[in-house]
Design a protein around this ligand. Structure first.
Ligand code: SF4
Length: 258
């Protein structure tokens, strides 16, 4: 986690599972539960006393439960942690992003998955490029970085949709990082069940025979996207300012090794 601001960090979970039910994900199949505010307050106090300054708020989708998110933000505001979390972009309107920044949030890791609405909608993620751009603008205003998590090979993926995503990454988006997965059916997810159960274990680095395009096609597309995204001069400058030297050297070697 090279973008964290302080080491060591502590993981902190304010809720469990996810109230959404995206077709490719099995987290939404777990029963969603929130932790009581008293318990969270005590845990934050303990972490502060132990000297932690950085939290990885590992909620699978921070902000999905609005009242609970408000309560958690109020608790975080009582402390002075620096923190980052996973979230869906629709759950973080400008006012919530601003409040998060006030409480020390510096990075939101968004499961964007793709930019083509015809792929996103059936998966349970109803947004398009304009929504994504508005989210980026609001995040910039709040001074919170955005990390993007993508999936190639979901149903509806074609060479044209891969090209649309690659163009978006190369030209328009300016996230702190992108992490590109290849679709692999996860046991328990609705899509995996419809396809016969899911891979065991699923492997989103190597991909799966269940992807909408052959895994070699998806791997080449992923590698091309990484090169185009991370090799931009502005990107290298930005990363160089944020990373420690060993991490930066490792990343540069990975990009140019192809
Ligand atoms: S992809 Fe994210 S928002 Fe969708 S069910 Fe999984 S954790 Fe929840």
């Amino acid at each position: 986690m090279p973008l964290q601001r302080h080491r060591p960090f502590a993981s902190f979970l304010s809720d469990y599972g996810c109230p959404y039910d995206c077709a490719f994900c099995n987290t939404g199949r777990l029963r969603y539960r929130t932790r009581p505010a008293d318990e969270l307050r005590d845990e934050l106090a303990t972490l502060a006393e132990m000297g932690f300054r950085e939290l990885f708020v590992k909620d699978m989708s921070f902000g999905a439960h609005k009242r609970h998110a408000d309560e958690t933000l109020a608790l975080l505001a009582e402390r002075h942690f620096s923190w980052h979390t996973y979230a869906r972009l629709e759950d973080l309107p400008p006012a919530v992003l601003a409040r998060m920044a006030e409480t020390g949030a510096h990075l939101v890791q968004v499961g964007l998955e793709h930019v083509v609405p015809e792929i996103l909608g059936p998966m349970g993620k109803p947004y398009g490029v304009r929504d994504i751009e508005e989210f980026f603008a609001a995040s910039r205003d709040a001074r919170i970085d955005v990390g993007l998590h993508l999936v190639l090979g979901l149903p509806g993926e074609t060479p044209a949709t891969l090209a649309a995503l690659e163009d978006f990454l190369a030209r328009e988006a300016d996230p702190a990082y992108v992490s590109i997965n290849l679709y692999a059916p996860r046991k328990g997810a609705r899509l995996a069940q419809a396809e016969g159960g899911g891979d065991d274990p699923h492997d989103s680095t190597r991909g799966s025979d269940s992807g909408a395009l052959p895994r070699d096609v998806l791997r080449r597309a992923r590698d091309r996207m990484y090169r185009r995204f991370y090799a931009r001069p502005a990107r290298v400058r930005r990363l160089a300012g944020q990373m420690r030297l060993p991490e930066m050297w490792h990343g540069v070697r990975r990009v140019f090794a192809g």
